[in-house]
Design a protein around this ligand. Sequence first.
Ligand SMILES: [Zn+2]
Length: 421
Amino acid sequence: MSRATADSLRVDASRLWARLEALGEIGAVHGPNGERGCARLALTDADRDGRDLVVRWMTDLGMAVSIDAVGNVVAVHAGANDELAPVMVGSHIDTVRTGGRFDGNLGVLAGLEVVETLITAGVVTDRPVAVAVFTDEEGARFQPDMLGSLVYVGGMALEDALDVRAADDGARLGDELVRIGYAGPTPCPAAGAPHRYLELHIEQGPVLEDEGVAIGVVTGVQGISWTELTITGQSAHAGTTPMRLRHDPGFVAASITAGVRRIAAELGGTQVATVGRCEFSPNLVNVIPATVTMTVDLRNTDEAILQDAEGRLAHLCATLAAAEGVAVAQRTLARFEPVAFDPAMVDLVEATATALGHRTRRMPSGAGHDAQMLARVCPTAMIFVPSVNGLSHNIAEHTEPEHIAAGADVLLQAVLACASA
Ligand SMILES: [Zn+2]
């Protein structure tokens, strides 16, 4: 097939949309205003059902499906020379409890659409094209997040990953893999690296929509620091304990929540800081709490500033602990340095989108993605498409069909460019 013919290839956007709809029905959550979201936590029955559907689609396309020891699914579509390392497209299909139908799912299903488009057009690439579904990207049930891709690239020992306990029910990750039938025989970490890795993902923020840009050219991923704080004080009667004699973990938790907002303001730039979980014990109206467990999520594109933020948080906790007479214990839940994607791959995504007539914008990713793990082992890039109202991790998450089509066509053409020997 001539280069000119390959250039004119386009995905079947309605076929891709239909797969998004079908996968979105598994673990579907319906909102009061017609929203249709998804709750498919990693390694639950719903995750298994979603995996089963995607694997069936892969098999129907004649792809060779393998499942590795941490449950990552990799399906390979043959190229002219299968000795060559594949171009890999991937993402995840697990969601948070209040997730949408596009986060992760789009990257996987757009990969299948790329493969089906090649098959339908009779295009044989030099290199194989692989589509990957990585285990537990969200980290909502098993931490750290991006666990499957982290193990895939050798960044976490397999045994440690299998021993991780679920935040909700305490189940062991390795046991859950066996239970749902996805403890596969393929060794993990992977034996060889892909030639290139590409991931299409929704932006999950408001920037592209706000600026009327269809394609985000992702330059890298912010560094992420997740800390769990356990504050232990003195539980006592809310009516009889004078204020001056209190050792109140609830007060300290509130002060930390306000304090991390202040830290973000002081550091400015792209620094963000969030308290997303806070649990009081015993959590009663008339009892000063005995303990509070809370999390702090800090992110920055600059490692030095991220470390500065972490230092300020530690100082804040120590100061508040001393003043209130409580103990504050810190535990790291996840820590990833910022990642810069391969400049040539970033240029390729930008040039491809421009050639297809789309407005583009270079931007860092505010969220973590499997691509940042693959970037450790091969040249990697990501393509973003707009999220309506910037919403994600929300059942109202939505991306317009025209933007889904635009992103998938950029992915297709970028894969074609990478898959020639
Ligand atoms: Zn995602």
